[in-house]
Ligand binder design. Structure first.
Ligand code: URA
Length: 217
């Protein structure tokens, strides 16, 4: 099943695999409980991460099987960093770590300044040598794009450029802002949804991803 691309959003890759789409529908369902929501988030991130890593450069190394030695495929650069945006992104990093167990993990937290409406960092902790790594920034919901754009700006200031963004669901507004500010950062998601509502929630969306992952009702 192909990855869908959009003429107006050349930065967005929608993974249309049937299993991804099925799991996303379960994730959206308001009846899905916290345990299943967390499991689905991890599984979906693993599948999205699989697609997001499809173009990473390869090399070969000699491997000896019990029968002979041959040039076996290996990753050219084995350095990976996963950085979830707090708090909902944490649910994704667990899934991505299963796919990339060699990755280091950083943590990025932003809050919204109610006066200026600007995204303000309150936590920004990265592992060493991020500049040389394949860097995966995760947030389940790409809504306005304010936080992700601010986080990517700060990453670039620190010399991190090889960045891919992984989300479950994106709003056109957020994808447009990413395209305007960071056209070099590809976004991998399970769905480009219709729009944001007046409270900046994605429609049809899946609600508050952080609450659904971490708040027990
Ligand atoms: N954050 C969420 O958790 N959900 C949305 O719909 C938008 C932002």
């Amino acid at each position: 099943m192909p990855i869908k691309t959009f003429e107006r959003f050349p930065n967005f890759y929608e993974v249309q695999h049937p299993i991804v789409q099925y799991k996303l529908s379960l994730l959206r369902d308001k009846e899905t409980n916290r345990k299943l929501f967390k499991e689905l988030t991890e599984e979906l991130t693993m599948l999205l991460g699989y697609e997001a890593t499809a173009d990473i450069p390869m090399t070969t190394k000699k491997v000896s099987t019990p029968l002979e030695t041959f040039d076996a495929p290996f990753l050219k650069n084995n350095q990976f960093v996963i950085a979830p945006i707090l708090r909902a992104g944490i649910g994704m990093s667990e899934g991505l770590l299963k796919l990339l167990p060699m990755a280091s993990v950083g943590f990025i937290g932003y809050y919204r300044d109610e006066k200026t409406r600007e995204a303000m960092p309150y936590y920004f902790k990265l592992p060493p040598n991020c500049e040389k790594a394949h860097f995966f920034l995760c947030d389940p919901m790409l809504a306005t794009g304010n936080t992700s754009c601010a986080a990517i700006k700060k990453l670039k200031e620190k010399g991190v450029y090889n960045i891919k963004f992984i989300c479950m669901v994106a709003a056109p507004e957020g994808v447009q802002q990413m395209l305007d500010e960071h056209p070099d950062v590809p976004i991998f998601g399970a769905s480009l949804d219709r729009q944001l509502n007046e409270n900046a929630y994605i429609l049809p969306g899946l609600g508050d991803a952080g609450d659904r992952l971490w708040a027990v009702k």
